[in-house]
Write a protein that binds this ligand. Structure first.
Ligand code: ADP
Length: 208
């Protein structure tokens, strides 16, 4: 057992749309080079500025179906008619290579991964410490303002996102940590503090 490193773990970040998850995850990736960001696969078309293999893996329906059949995904979901899935093998490879993994997931996705990890027996690459963080906006009014300011959604979509946000926020107690994203710099400091503290714990489930 080495004292100069830690056993890699899985970090999950969830947040209602617009709460600042992407902004915070981007900052974490820029600072923690060791952190592997798990990229989601989707059949939705790419938006301007999105890069295949960086923001998402953009797949055709057929390719998605093929990967689903070969058991490549932890979980899949359909959102607004498009399919989304979390690929397994890059996560396992990263953990094996000694890297922590950062997964950006919705509440349902997080629940599936939690179960999967909890069920993995010792010796399985997914028998890991799992650290889940829920990012909340300071209020629904603030969330609305941010969605309007971001300028990517129609009024109707914003109303739908706000309804969804209320539902998602009701799950905050399923998470180990909660970070309020009011002041961005402060929220980021709290995120990094969580990662650093977790890495310095004397107990790590993967060492059992
Ligand atoms: P998500 O990925 O959760 O949907 P984003 O990271 O895209 O959210 O953030 C939504 C919008 O709010 C973006 O325009 C972002 O720049 C802005 N934003 C994020 N955090 C803050 C904050 N603490 N204060 C003000 N604006 C923020």
């Amino acid at each position: 057992m080495s004292h100069t490193t830690w056993t890699p773990m899985i970090f999950i970040v969830s947040a209602p749309s617009g709460a600042g998850k992407t902004t915070l995850c981007d900052k974490l990736q820029a600072e923690f080079k060791n952190l592997h960001y798990a990229i989601t696969a989707t059949t939705r078309p790419s938006r301007e500025g999105e890069v295949n293999g960086k923001h998402y893996y953009f797949l055709t329906e057929d390719e998605f179906e093929r990967r689903l059949k070969s058991g490549d995904f932890f979980e899949t979901a359909v959102v607004h008619g498009y399919r989304y899935g979390s690929p397994k093998s890059p996560v396992i490879e990263a953990l094996r290579a000694g890297r922590d993994v950062l997964m950006n997931l919705d509440v349902q996705g997080a629940a599936v991964i939690r179960k999967c990890v909890a069920a993995a027996p010792p010796g399985d690459p997914l028998h890991r410490e799992l650290v889940d963080i829920f990012v909340v906006p300071p209020s629904l009014e603030t969330l609305k303002k941010r969605l309007v300011k971001r300028g990517k959604d129609t009024d109707e979509t914003i109303e739908r996102r706000l309804k969804q946000a209320k539902e998602e926020i009701s799950h905050w107690q399923e998470y180990k940590y909660k970070v309020v994203n009011d002041d961005l710099a402060e929220a980021y400091d709290n995120m990094r503090a969580i990662i650093l503290a977790e890495r310095h714990k004397t107990r790590n489930r993967a060492d059992d």
